[in-house]
Design a binder for this molecule. Structure first.
Ligand SMILES: Cc1ncc(COP(=O)(O)O)c(C=O)c1O
Length: 385
């Protein structure tokens, strides 16, 4: 048998991508990875093949070259401006998702015998607590599990351990749609407050000085998956347990400005574009106003449906980002999701652990998307109510 190689056989035809316009895009209500601002995607598209005359894509750059250094430094500086982060805090761009931080935090802050407190207001807080149990002695001082994670406790009634190294909260529970509107103060001033802000990061102003550590996966509000942001008070760095893997040691990453090993360069670049966009919108106070408006019209539609739709979360702690709701007739849920998708509103199915529906309305979800969803909900109710 002979094998012949001909030019014709090896020539590849360039992939044809259908031209895409704004009107081809759906309203994507996914919980994460989630919708990104269209103007950010367009900027990334314009830069894709040749970033600002460098002759290469950000994906092809050395992470130690001057081009990428300018990208990561600008991303950090813009994030500092957005959240008003002082020089007392380090900002780290890491990998491994928020899930990796569930372990990294106790490994960096505690000895194996140290006590820490967890307030568990949903599945993510519960996962964080379970992971911490491998590396220190966590105690759940409040859990909303018996009430199906629909509440946040009154802080005065919490029995905090005065010796706890930290008090951990999940600032916004993505699956259950429960969001802290203010934050507990640790009883002992040596105890630091630690918050998982994965799903409400940069959705509103936050007083960073109240926290020892804030961490967030990027893929909901500020970029693609692959980047995890950690904001940590500098005096807390440098106490990692001996067995801490190098990739989980905050000291290593802080000393190397997040460039100890190859960072998620493209993801960091995308986060930088999102930070620029948030600043262009007027900063987080303006962004919060828009988020409040979107959430208000959606919760109003649910509450004024005479029970056709229902949101189980206590009103005062309803999330501005993730809106879970059920139908009085659960047998209609599949049709709701399918019909909405047919009208270009996708990813409305609730998390598999809780069922029902969930609309994630992060920063990048336009008001028009929520208005369209509300109109659809009213129409669906009129047909099936
Ligand atoms: C609040 C919260 N914490 C942690 C995680 C886990 O994040 P990752 O998948 O980046 O590890 C998620 C993911 O959805 C989340 O919503």
């Amino acid at each position: 048998m002979s094998i012949t190689c001909s030019a014709a056989a090896t020539t590849t035809t360039p992939l044809q991508t259908p031209s895409s316009t704004s009107s081809d895009r759906v309203f994507n209500f996914a919980a994460g990875p989630a919708t990104l601002p269209e103007n950010v995607l367009q900027k990334a598209q314009a830069d894709l093949v040749n970033w600002r005359g460098s002759g290469m894509s950000v994906m092809e750059m050395s992470h130690r070259g001057k081009e990428f250094l300018s990208i990561i430094q600008k991303a950090e500086s813009d994030l500092r401006t957005l959240l008003n982060i002082s020089e007392d805090y380090a900002v780290l761009f890491l990998q491994g998702g928020a899930t990796t931080q569930f372990a990294a935090i106790p490994l960096n802050i505690c000895t194996p015998d140290d006590a820490v407190d967890y307030i568990v207001t949903g599945s993510w807080g519960d996962k964080a607590y379970k992971e911490a149990a491998k590396y220190c002695k966590p105690n759940v001082i409040w859990s909303g599990k018996s009430e199906k994670y629909t509440k946040i406790p009154n802080f005065d009634s919490l029995e905090q351990n005065p010796d706890a190294k930290y008090l951990h909260i999940c600032a916004n529970e993505t699956i259950h749609g429960v969001e802290f509107k203010d934050y507990p103060t640790p009883r002992n001033e040596k105890t630091i407050l630690v918050a998982d802000m994965s799903s409400n990061f940069c959705s509103k102003p936050v007083d960073v000085s109240k926290f020892g550590i804030i961490y967030a996966g990027a893929q909901k509000n500020v970029g693609p998956s692959g980047v995890t942001i950690v904001i940590i008070r500098k005096d807390l760095i440098g106490n990692a347990q001996k067995s801490t893997p190098v990739m989980l040691d905050y000291k290593i990453h802080a000393e190397n400005n997040s460039l100890y090993n190859t960072p998620p360069c493209y993801g960091i670049y995308m986060c930088g574009l999102v930070f620029e966009d948030l600043l262009d919108q007027g900063g987080l106070a303006e962004v919060e106003k828009k988020n409040k408006k979107k959430a208000e019209i959606l919760y109003d539609a649910i509450d004024s449906s005479n029970g056709f739709y229902r949101c189980p979360v206590e009103k005062s702690v309803r999330s501005l980002m993730n809106v879970p709701f059920t139908l009085a007739k659960p047998e209609l849920e599949a049709e709701f999701v399918k019909t909405a998708a047919g009208e270009k509103m996708v990813q409305l199915k609730g998390h598999r652990s809780v069922g029902g529906m969930r609309a994630s309305i992060y920063n990048a979800m336009p008001l028009a998307g929520v208005e369209k969803l509300v109109a659809f909900m009213k129409d669906f109710q009129a047909k099936h109510g």
